[in-house]
Ligand binder design. Structure first.
Ligand SMILES: CC(=O)N[C@H]1[C@@H](OP(=O)(O)OP(=O)(O)OC[C@H]2O[C@@H](n3ccc(=O)[nH]c3=O)[C@H](O)[C@@H]2O)O[C@H](CO)[C@@H](O)[C@@H]1O[C@H](C)C(=O)N[C@@H](C)C(=O)N[C@H](CCC(=O)O)C(=O)O
Ligand SMILES: Nc1ncnc2c1ncn2[C@@H]1O[C@H](COP(=O)(O)OP(=O)(O)OP(=O)(O)O)[C@@H](O)[C@H]1O
Ligand SMILES: N[C@H](CCC[C@H](N)C(=O)O)C(=O)O
Ligand SMILES: [Mg+2]
Length: 492
């Protein structure tokens, strides 16, 4: 595609040359630029992409999209907002891939990764070729691709959608983070179904207020479109028990489908029974009654199952097929994942890194624990600091013993993060602070009694720990397994 054809979708721009090179790729990182690239300058949080324009030309860029004039020997296209333009251009460059498949977006503070995996499983079992984008990876059918962000930048996103279409993907399901919505990463994505899980405190370092955070998530519903105008179904799947849903209902022109437990809705669970082996519930879905027996544990798992069920029902999957799929799911990696080394107590690794998720997980454990509950937990550095005392308070109020430890301290002093957390501790629990996460896990396991439950929270599936500029290999599950082995061999 040549430059003039590509930029014609922008309407408002100034081009400083009549040259019209062929564009072979679109890039926002000078280090990725190849011969024939269009380089888009983004003024980021750490550096300004305009400063890499010359470097991009040295690397082969044949044109540049920028917000300010640049002294380079290739055509420069000026626009007011390169981020906005990047989303539109990527969409055009990759030929509107999301128009050629069904796209389901899932947003909310907690449960996105879990719900997207449940939806993927249901669709795959129904013989649909799927794609998935989220915190853990991007997937094109069975191929897994590493990713840095939960929701990637628009170029990477549209390129991945294109690969999906070329691979025959019929339906893609993706996590849509509040950052992505606020930074416009998903502008131009043609969502068919948008799912809301829940809203509670997180990311206030970025959004500053809960209202701004709620509104950022609302952008998914605001940009969903309208069944009649788009001539295809556009459906917002909302959690009726979360007060933010009524705001999202106002923000969208799409059809509304609701799920929940506490209030009347389209897909409603009742008669919930939680054991250490799983969770059963009755469901009334658009008037049809059925019983579901999940292997996943907790009321929050019921919400995730209902969200996935509602999305797949409106996508046309029969209810019994959905239930059969949900019933076979053991769980999602790093989410309420048991570590079993033959020990006489329970060890669970979980990705709870927000106050609400920690609260949910510990309340779930309380439903079935016959011994004491111990929680090993920390908070990430360079993230919402106001979560710290709240998470410590929840840990302290719901567990019998608490071991505060490091999560990913990143650029912050790990001791200071722990001091911020300690403010929230109460005398209700036996409290320890051990800055070294491995030692904290060993401490919890060494001190466990028969029938106790240890929850190791915050890092779930992560296989690394970032301390300062260094990222080391670190997997809570492996450390816990090793500690259990040593305990059983009396090696401590
Ligand atoms: C705040 C934020 O979202 N930052 C994102 C942003 O980084 P940034 O603004 O710092 O970028 P920058 O380093 O200043 O670079 C500016 C521009 O210069 C370019 N550059 C830079 C260096 C160079 O040599 N050449 C060059 O061209 C860069 O490619 C970029 O275009 O753009 C990067 C590239 O797309 C993202 O990876 C990065 O996410 C960082 C890693 C991040 O931590 N983001 C978090 C806050 C985030 O987005 N999280 C959400 C939610 C997570 C969840 O709840 O699940 C997510 O979706 O992941
Ligand atoms: N529906 C839910 N409500 C509250 N807590 C939940 C729910 N589902 C999962 N959790 C808790 O939140 C943790 C993270 O779950 P999950 O990874 O599915 O969420 P996420 O929204 O993808 O998180 P992230 O923002 O990091 O991508 C789980 O380990 C569990 O503790
Ligand atoms: N998507 C979340 C994940 C947090 C996971 C936790 N282990 C941490 O590193 O703080 C974030 O980037 O804020
Ligand atoms: Mg996630």
């Amino acid at each position: 595609m040549n430059l003039d054809d590509l930029i014609s979708c922008l309407y408002q721009y100034e081009k400083n040359s009549s040259l019209n090179p062929v564009i072979k790729s679109v890039e926002m990182d000078s280090r990725q630029v190849k011969s024939g690239s269009l380089f888009i300058c983004i003024d980021g949080y750490t550096v300004d992409g305009h400063d890499f324009a010359k470097r991009s030309v040295e690397n082969g860029a044949v044109a540049i999209l920028a917000e300010k004039p640049l002294d380079v020997d290739v055509p420069v296209v000026l626009v007011k907002d390169t981020k906005r333009a990047m989303a539109i251009i990527s969409n055009v460059f990759y030929d509107h891939p999301t128009r050629k498949m069904s796209l389901i977006g899932v947003t909310g503070t907690n449960g996105k990764t879990t719900t997207t995996h449940l939806i993927e499983k249901i669709l795959r079992d129904a013989s649909i070729t799927t794609g998935l984008i989220g915190t853990m990876y991007m997937k094109i059918a069975d191929e897994t691709i590493e990713t840095k962000n939960t929701t990637p930048e628009s170029i990477s996103l549209q390129q991945t959608f294109r690969k999906m279409v070329d691979h025959g993907v019929q339906s893609a399901v993706m996590e849509v983070s509040s950052h992505a919505l606020h930074l416009g990463r998903v502008r131009g994505c043609d969502f068919n179904i948008a799912v809301f899980t829940n809203l509670s405190q997180d990311h206030l370092d970025y959004h500053k207020t809960m209202e701004a955070y709620r509104n950022a998530k609302g952008l998914l519903f605001a940009q969903l479109g309208n069944t009649y105008l788009n001539k295809e179904r556009k459906i917002a799947v909302l959690n009726i028990d979360d007060p933010a849903s009524s705001e999202y209902e106002k923000m969208t022109a799409a059809e509304i489908v609701t799920y929940g437990i506490d209030q009347e809705c389209d897909v409603r669970a009742s008669n919930i029974k939680i054991t250490s082996q799983g969770t059963s519930f009755d469901v009334n879905a658009f008037g049809k009654e059925a019983t579901v027996q999940l292997k996943m544990i907790g009321k929050f798992s019921v919400y995730n199952a209902l969200a996935a069920m509602a999305a797949c029902l409106v996508d046309g999957i029969p209810i019994q097929s959905i239930i059969n799929s949900l019933e076979t799911v053991q769980g999602v990696s790093g989410r309420f994942e048991p570590v079993d080394g033959g020990q006489p107590f329970t060890v669970i690794v979980d990705y709870a890194h927000t106050p609400d998720s920690l609260d949910n997980v510990l309340k779930t454990v309380k439903e079935f624990a016959s011994g004491d509950i111990c929680v090993v937990v920390g908070c990430g550095g360079d993230r919402d600091k106001t979560k710290r005392p709240l998470m410590a308070k929840i840990a302290s109020e719901l567990a019998d013993s608490v071991v505060l430890t490091s999560d990913n301290p990143r650029s912050e002093d790990p001791h200071q993060i722990l001091k911020d957390m300690e403010v929230g501790l109460t005398e209700h629990s036996l409290n320890n602070t051990i800055v070294d996460r491995k030692q904290a896990i060993i401490h919890a396991i060494k001190n466990a009694k028969e029938n106790d439950v240890i929850i190791i929270a915050g890092k779930g599936h992560e296989t690394y720990q970032t301390i300062g500029n260094e990222t080391i290999y670190f997997d809570d599950r492996l450390i816990a397994k090793e500690a259990v082995k040593e305990l059983l061999n009396n090696e401590f």
